[in-house]
Design a protein around this ligand. Structure first.
Ligand SMILES: NC(=O)c1ccc[n+]([C@@H]2O[C@H](COP(=O)([O-])OP(=O)(O)OC[C@H]3O[C@@H](n4cnc5c(N)ncnc54)[C@H](O)[C@@H]3O)[C@@H](O)[C@H]2O)c1
Length: 390
């Protein structure tokens, strides 16, 4: 079987998740049409890279990401660093003709994200961005139902991604709290996923937004040591000012006439991962909630009114991605399984030499909506997405 050699940059939460997915791909998908090979890993220094390389199973390591993008053996550069580094690493990889798999949000602003998409398209390399939630077979089905007119014309959307991973003030300051490194707070971090759901489901560009952003916990202890995402990391005595938003509330309109609203939070105590949406159409409705991660809910306005209601559709092996994991329906696929499906989509696209989905352009369009939300909050008004220059 052909091999695709992976150069991973960043070995925190996502770096580990991506490494697990590459290792799972030969088991789930038989290493077809190509086998990902864990070639080289970069971390912020040699010591951290050496530690991660042993844990993750890469062949080589480096304390300098330039060595990964310049490595002639590497086919795919995989970027799992804080957001501000995505640009330089991706551009250097693209210039060297590498395919690029990058975590979301693609960049710190839309202008940068569009420049990245254009560079990749010009170079003819394949790109993929980590909007893993849309890889759930439930979202494949939802998209198919909506596109097939099953619920009529989409008319109202309610989206949520509320969590509490930064809910306690003693959780140390990290790159997510710093504008230069993260670009923004929840609106970019979590909002990127919310807008990816919307785009995946209805395929209509967002036309206009009004948004409110809030910092709920204004300062946090500085971290005591370098390291990846860790809710139990020790903080030092020194307090640091939080710069990025903890809460975002958005109302939006799409070019196709869909109205909706979304809430995003990283400080909603007790809501571990309240992710989901409700999409109402002119005929029927579809909805999804992460606490029933494998079920799509469909409402049909027909039949006996006394028994009408949302039907839970459990995902099963009629979806080939699900079938790669389980032979019977209703078993719980989870977060990392969807990430393996994402990796498989990337490998298939690279092996076939065709665009992957979702690519840099998809992510750049989302970044433009995020920028519109930030401008709306700053100027306290509705903002047209095309006001954001790209
Ligand atoms: N798709 C998802 O569901 C999802 C979930 C979490 C994070 N993310 C995204 O993944 C990316 C990483 O987030 P994370 O939670 O894994 O962060 P993290 O803090 O856990 O890990 C980032 C890692 O990058 C390393 N790093 C920093 N500078 C580096 C450099 N110059 N060279 C090499 N390594 C460097 C850090 O040491 C750290 O280990 C972000 O873009 C984030 O938005 C996506």
């Amino acid at each position: 079987m052909p091999e695709l050699k992976i150069g991973l940059v960043g070995a925190g939460w996502m770096g580990k998740a991506h490494a697990m997915c590459y290792r799972a791909q030969p088991l789930a998908f038989g290493g077809k049409p190509a086998v990902p090979v864990l070639e080289v890993l970069a971390e912020v220094n040699e010591e951290m890279a050496g530690r991660a390389v042993r844990e993750f199973g890469f062949q080589r390591h480096t304390g300098d990401w330039h060595a990964v993008v310049d490595d002639p053996a590497v086919d795919i550069v995989d970027i799992c660093t804080p957001n501000d580094l995505h640009l330089d690493i991706a551009m250097a990889a693209i210039a060297n003709g590498k395919h690029v798999y990058c975590e979301k949000p693609l960049a710190n602003d839309a202008k940068t994200a569009f420049a990245m998409a254009e560079a990749a398209e010009k170079a003819g390399v394949i790109t993929m961005v980590g909007f893993n939630y849309i890889k759930n077979p439930a979202q494949t089905l939802a998209r198919k139902l909506v596109a097939g007119g099953e619920i009529g014309a989409p008319s109202y959307y309610r989206g949520s991604f509320s969590a509490d991973f930064l809910g306690r003030p003693e959780i140390p300051f990290s790159w997510r709290c710093e504008t230069a490194k993260a670009g923004s707070g929840v609106i970019g971090d979590i909002g990127a996923h919310c807008f990816a759901y919307l785009s995946h489901l209805v395929g209509q560009p967002v036309d206009e937004v009004v948004c409110n952003l809030e910092i709920v916990i204004p300062e946090r202890p500085a971290p005591a040591a370098l390291g990846g995402f860790d809710l139990h990391a020790a903080g030092s005595g020194q307090m640091v000012q939080v710069e990025t938003d903890d809460l975002a509330t958005v109302m939006f309109k799409t070019a196709g006439g869909l109205d909706g609203h979304m809430e995003m939070s990283r400080v909603s105590l007790g809501k571990r991962m309240d992710i989901g949406y409700e999409l109402t159409g002119t005929k029927d409705a579809v909805r999804y909630f992460y606490d029933r991660i494998n079920d799509l809910q469909l409402y049909k306005e027909d039949g006996d009114p006394s028994t009408r209601g949302f039907t839970h559709i459990a995902m099963g092996p009629t979806d080939p991605r699900y079938a790669a994991f389980y032979p019977v329906p209703g078993l719980g696929a989870g977060y990392n399984d969807y990430k393996v499906m994402e990796v498989q989509d990337l490998i298939e696209a690279v092996a076939a030499g065709r665009p992957a989905y979702p690519d840099f352009r998809f992510a750049a369009e989302i970044q433009r909506v995020i920028d519109a939300c930030i401008l709306s909050d700053a100027e306290r008004r509705w903002v047209k997405v095309d006001e954001i220059a790209v």
